[in-house]
Design a protein around this ligand. Structure first.
Ligand SMILES: [Zn+2]
Length: 390
């Protein structure tokens, strides 16, 4: 309930502002006085009838070019609070005014569309935005919101059409987004019609040559049709596009090399990859899998042990343990080194005031200079930062 009092100054201020400009224009000599409605609203508020109070205050805010912004801000506030009916009423009230400038009218219409979206009346929102597109100079936001709406409804083709219009309207980089939308279409087609899926992926590539997702999907389509060499060709693009996504490609690569009876080639490729990205844990694990298939469990275990000593990782340890029983002589020093190194990464002491964290106790926080705000915390996995290459 307290928040309503926050509205009071806004209402009073804009009431005063509109009154001031009103009087300035027409009766500059006349004395300023409060509108009796203001007291009526106040009375409602004090009697805990906020609904009536708000209606009065909204009416008080005379709609003119000075107060449109206030109306929009107020309506936005209501929408964010989930009081969508109220937001709709304010926007409809604004739109009904013939004095509104075209740009303000457009904005109010867009906001009304957003109200409908929040209320889940998507067809009305769509209709409203589409009507805006027919105006002589359609606002860019109408395209953007339609794009958002079609994405929300998973109407990918419509979303693509809208995104393309947006691309010609507003030359900001939207190509990567369009590529993703084509990937969505390809994913839908993949099980029904492989060649249709491939043609969508080709379009994705035209809009974003670095679209990793389309390379992965292309490989999936080829694997489905037993075209393993083609799949390898698609997957080979990913390292150039963005090496962070290689872990997603590794299982597909393994499938292809295995089907082609070329695991030794895969092994060589993995070693090359690891020379370029030595911290890629998933590549180490994949290499261990290939070594296991090619040369047996012992060799794979030995490889993982050496790797774990250099780059401790939980996944690595887990993988090593699942490969078979290890002697305590091997296991214990390994686990000790791992936990030791993990603990060193953990942030043991955290300032409750500024969030400063460190490995040693400070009674005077080096971050915010407060005394006694740093507390020891128990180490959880969440306090370990992801191991990444920089
Ligand atoms: Zn601090």
């Amino acid at each position: 309930m307290e928040w309503l009092f926050l509205l009071l100054p806004i209402a009073a201020l804009s009431g005063w502002l509109s009154a001031r400009s009103h009087y300035k224009k027409r009766f500059s000599a006349q004395q300023n006085c409060f509108d009796p409605d203001y007291f009526k609203g106040l009375n409602y508020l004090l009697n805990e009838q906020p609904d009536k109070a708000i209606d009065v205050f909204i009416r008080l805010l005379e709609v003119n070019s000075d107060t449109v912004e206030t109306h929009l801000a107020l309506a936005n506030l209501f929408r964010r609070r989930g009081e969508i009916e109220r937001a709709i009423r304010i926007h409809q009230n604004l739109i009904a005014r013939p004095t509104l400038k075209p740009a303000q009218r457009d904005q109010a219409l867009i906001e009304l569309g957003l109200d409908y979206m929040s209320a889940g009346v998507l067809d009305r929102a769509e209709q409203l935005f589409l009507e805006l597109l027919n105006s002589p100079s359609p606002p860019t936001d109408a395209y953007k919101h339609l794009l958002g709406l079609y994405q929300q409804q998973k109407q990918w083709q419509k979303a693509i059409d809208m995104a393309k219009k947006l691309q010609s309207q507003d030359p900001t980089k939207i190509g990567a987004e369009i590529a993703q939308l084509y990937c969505e279409l390809a994913e839908q087609a993949i099980k029904v019609d492989a060649s249709r899926a491939l043609s969508f992926l080709k379009q994705a590539n035209q809009f974003d040559a670095n679209c990793v997702r389309s390379a992965l999907l292309e490989a999936t389509v080829h694997i489905q049709s037993d075209h393993f060499s083609k799949a390898l060709k698609s997957l080979a693009k990913i390292e150039q596009q963005d090496p962070h996504y290689i872990p997603e490609a590794l299982p597909l690569l393994k499938t292809c090399y295995q089907a082609l009876n070329k695991l030794p080639t895969f092994q060589i490729w993995l070693k090359g990859l690891l020379a370029r990205h030595p911290l890629m844990v998933s590549a180490h694990l994949m290499l261990a899998q290939v070594i296991e298939i090619e040369s047996g469990t012992e060799k794979a275990q030995a490889y993982l042990q050496t790797q774990l000593q250099q780059h401790p990782s939980l996944e690595g340890l887990h993988h090593l343990l699942s490969m078979g029983t290890l002697s305590n002589q091997v296991l214990l020093p390994l686990v000790h080194d791992m936990t030791d190194s993990l603990l060193q990464h953990g942030r043991r002491y955290v300032c409750q005031h500024c969030g400063f964290s460190g490995k040693t106790m400070h009674w005077h926080c080096p971050g915010c200079q407060h005394w006694g705000t740093i507390r020891p915390t128990e180490l959880h996995f969440s306090s370990f930062e992801p191991i990444s290459e920089h």
